[in-house]
Design a protein around this ligand. Structure first.
Ligand code: BEZ
Length: 211
């Protein structure tokens, strides 16, 4: 199966999880979702990653994001591993982990690591919006743990840029100024946002982010 791309509808699936069976689209309903795969249970980098996602629980909730982990390990392993994740990461795992032993979900999202055997997942991230559209994808190799603060930052940027003709500059963080989208002329931007439009170049204009 081809990797779902930006703008695609995130493929729906049914799966067994540590929180019971789910149907992806029904489970996420009209929330944002972060679906992320990990290579294997009881492995070092994955333990830190799932611990970090658990510790960020309030941050996901504040943004209306549901998180969902997946690997090809079974439910017994997932349930046993959750204790380690909690001890190492300092927070209970409050989100479901898919037991994808059949690899149906991993194949649907192209999460199996090429050249690494049949079962090993890559570290993929799919950010899916309330309309089930894939809005952001990341793929990391086994040896590199992901930065989930960056995933939160990207969700902030997506949610903000959905609210107006804005883009976010390099290293932007919530609360900082944003770029006026190129489709809007400086004159039109000033008509809309008042004098709070700084023209650094005719094609690079900053304004305050909407509250
Ligand atoms: C890790 O998470 O550290 C890991 C995952 C798969 C194989 C080896 C290590």
């Amino acid at each position: 199966m081809a990797t779902p791309r930006l703008g695609d509808i995130a493929p729906d699936f049914q799966a067994e999880t540590t929180e019971g069976p789910i149907s992806f689209h029904d489970w996420k309903a009209d929330s944002w979702a972060v679906l992320f795969s990990h290579p294997a249970d009881f492995t070092p980098v994955c333990t830190t990653e799932l611990g970090r996602v658990a510790a960020l629980r309030d941050e996901w909730e504040r943004r209306g994001v549901k998180v969902l982990a997946v690997s090809v390990d079974g439910l017994t392993d997932h349930q046993a591993w959750k204790g380690d994740i909690e001890q190492v990461g300092g927070a209970a795992v409050g989100y479901p982990i898919i037991a994808d032993e059949s690899r149906r979900v991993s194949e649907l999202y192209d999460m199996i690591h090429p050249g690494e055997g049949d079962t090993s997942g890559v570290r993929s991230v799919f950010v899916v919006d309330p309309k089930n559209t894939v809005r952001l994808t990341l793929t990391y190799p086994k040896s590199v743990g992901r930065n989930f603060d960056e995933v939160l930052r990207a969700v902030d940027a997506l949610q903000l840029t959905d609210r107006g003709p804005f883009s976010t500059p390099a290293d932007w963080k919530d609360g900082q100024r944003v770029i006026v989208a190129p489709a809007l002329s400086t004159e039109d931007a000033r008509a809309r946002f008042g004098e709070d439009v700084e023209e650094v170049r005719p094609y690079l204009r900053y304004t305050s982010a909407p509250r």
